[in-house]
Every structure is written in structure tokens, then in C-alpha cells.
Design a protein around this ligand. Structure first.
Ligand code: FES
Length: 304
């Protein structure tokens, strides 16, 4: 409880804002191109950073285990070095995520990064000591590095879980949508290419008309909850006004990060010019001949 309160205090430390602004500009200026989306984790469908951090942490924990046994000095040293090398891509992926988060995330993230940078520094000193044959000192510095990584991990966990920094802010809303059809208006009431905000029960939705077609998505951006109806629509996609995530209107696929999970899309039916929506049906099984069942994706069809 006291630890959590200390971390909450970091969220409110406005004294960190100048540094975060400077570093954020530096991260945004990195010439990463489309690789930035890979670092966010779009090919995985969730953030890449928590996957990559397993490598340095695994290497350093293994080094600590070997350090506790005589005769494994060389192998432990190699693991210390491997951990330092693996920390670089993990840090880069974390930095690009961090640069597109909210201020409270960025403040805690700055301290998280500082702790992990200190840990890498301790491991560099540990490696230098081991190179000089001072294995006792190398072990002690390695242990200090591992402890510091633990502090960094605690802060990273706070960002991921308490602040939901890597979670989809839209997916859970799917379960709140009604499974029955609900009319949301006539096709001609929607202005072509202009996102419209609406509520379906207590869930915000966003509708866009393209010709005689209407696409409807959960309005809350999966990245950090931005209002997609205030975004821009172009080339069959909507771009969030907060950090620029771009989703395809037809299926919610992420075309550009920082969002990594697809934006939930509602099932749409147009009958006699009236648009109705409902929660997309999951992949279901329907009976076949002789009692067999076969999976069918029932979510895609438009019942015009
Ligand atoms: S809230 Fe960050 S891109 Fe939408």
C-alpha cells in the first residue's frame, strides 16, 4: 500500500515534465519510419516492450543463479553481457510507447527508464570487474543491478496495470453492447465521410457513412481512450485525434500505431434506409449434416 502510494506520487510530480518533454521530442524525432509500428507491437496485436524485456531480465536472473555457484564465472559474465545487449531493443520499444502516452504515464515512465538505465550501468561496472578477474565485486554489482531492475519492473508494472498503459481501452466495451439490433438513424442522416458520435446504451460509438454504406466502431480509442468521432476520416480509415492511431473502418484493423489491438467494429444492418447495429457475433458453430459442426464467422455479414 505504501509502495503504491509512493508510485502515485510520481504520477503527480510536475517537476519531471520538462525532462519528459525534452526526451519525448527526442524519441519522436528518431528516424524509425514504419519500424516504429513494429516497435509498438502492431504485428503482435499487443505491445512489444513487455515481450522484449524478458530477454535482459532472464539473462540477468540466470547470471545471478550462476553467480551463486562456484565454477560458472565465465558463463555468468556472458549472461551479464547478453543482458546488456538485449536491453537496447527493449528500451527502444519502451521509449516509442512512452512517447505516445499520457503525462502521468510519462512521469512514471521516466523514473522507470532511469532505474533501468542505472541497472545497465551497474551491469556494465559488473562486467568490467569480472573482466579484471574481480568476480566478488562483479557479483555484488550484478546483484545491485538486479535489484535496480526490480524497482524498474515495479514501476513498469504500475504503468501497464494500474494505469493500463498497454491495455486496450476499447475491447472490454464490446461486452457492454447489446446483442439485439438497435436503430441508430436513417442512412441519409449521416453526412458522407464525417464521423458521428452516438451512444448505444452506455457505450460510446462512432458512425461514418461512405456512399450507401455505414460503418460503426466503438468510439473509445483502444490506445488511451481518445474520442475517435473527433478524429479525421480518410481513405477508409479513422485517425485518433490524441496520438494518431489509425484504424480501418471496415474491420478496425490498426493501420498505424501507437494502438496495437484492432478497434472493435459493430455489426451493421441497413433495411429500408434505416441503420441498425448490434454487438458483433463471435465465431459460432452451426450444425452440419449428420450432426457435425463447422466454425462460421457470423460477424462479417451485412443484412441489407
Ligand atoms: S488515444 Fe492514443 S491514439 Fe487514440
Amino acid at each position: 500500500m505504501r509502495v503504491a502510494e509512493q508510485i502515485r506520487r510520481i504520477e503527480r510530480m510536475t517537476s519531471l515534465d520538462r525532462t519528459t518533454a525534452l526526451l519525448r521530442r527526442a524519441v519522436e524525432a528518431l528516424p524509425l519510419g514504419r519500424f516504429r509500428d513494429t516497435l509498438h507491437g502492431i504485428p503482435l496485436g499487443h505491445p512489444l516492450h513487455p515481450v522484449l524485456v524478458q530477454l535482459p531480465i532472464g539473462a540477468w536472473v540466470s547470471a545471478a543463479v550462476l553467480d551463486s555457484m562456484p565454477g560458472y564465472e565465465r558463463a555468468a559474465h556472458r549472461l551479464v553481457t547478453a543482458g546488456m545487449l538485449a536491453a537496447a531493443p527493449a528500451a527502444l520499444a519502451g521509449a516509442v510507447d512512452w512517447s505516445r502516452q499520457q503525462q502521468r504515464h510519462r512521469r512514471v515512465g521516466l523514473v522507470h527508464a532511469a532505474a533501468n538505465t542505472a541497472a545497465v550501468g551497474l551491469y556494465a561496472l559488473s562486467s568490467a570487474a569480472r573482466t579484471r578477474g574481480r568476480h566478488g565485486l562483479g557479483r555484488a554489482l550484478g546483484l545491485a543491478g538486479l535489484t535496480t531492475v526490480g524497482v524498474g519492473g515495479l514501476l513498469g508494472g504500475h504503468i501497464a496495470y494500474s494505469l493500463a498503459g498497454g491495455a486496450s481501452h476499447a475491447d472490454y466495451l464490446l461486452d457492454r453492447l447489446p446483442s439485439e439490433w438497435h436503430d441508430i438513424g436513417a442512412v441519409h442522416e449521416f453526412t458522407e465521410g464525417e464521423p458521428v458520435h452516438g451512444m448505444l446504451g452506455d457505450t460510446p460509438i462512432m458512425a461514418v457513412r461512405t456512399g450507401e454504406d455505414v460503418r460503426v466502431l466503438v468510439e473509445t480509442c483502444g490506445h488511451m481512450g481518445g474520442p475517435l468521432s473527433r478524429g479525421t476520416v480518410r481513405d477508409g480509415c479513422v485517425t485518433c485525434p490524441w496520438h494518431g492511431s489509425t484504424f480501418r473502418l471496415t474491420d478496425g484493423a490498426v493501420m498505424r500505431g501507437p494502438a496495437t489491438a484492432p478497434q472493435p467494429v459493430l455489426e451493421v444492418r441497413i433495411r429500408d434506409g434505416v441503420v441498425s447495429v448490434r454487438r458483433p457475433r463471435p465465431v459460432a458453430t452451426v450444425p452440419r449434416q449428420r450432426g457435425e459442426t463447422v466454425p462460421v464467422d457470423t460477424a462479417a455479414g451485412k443484412d441489407a
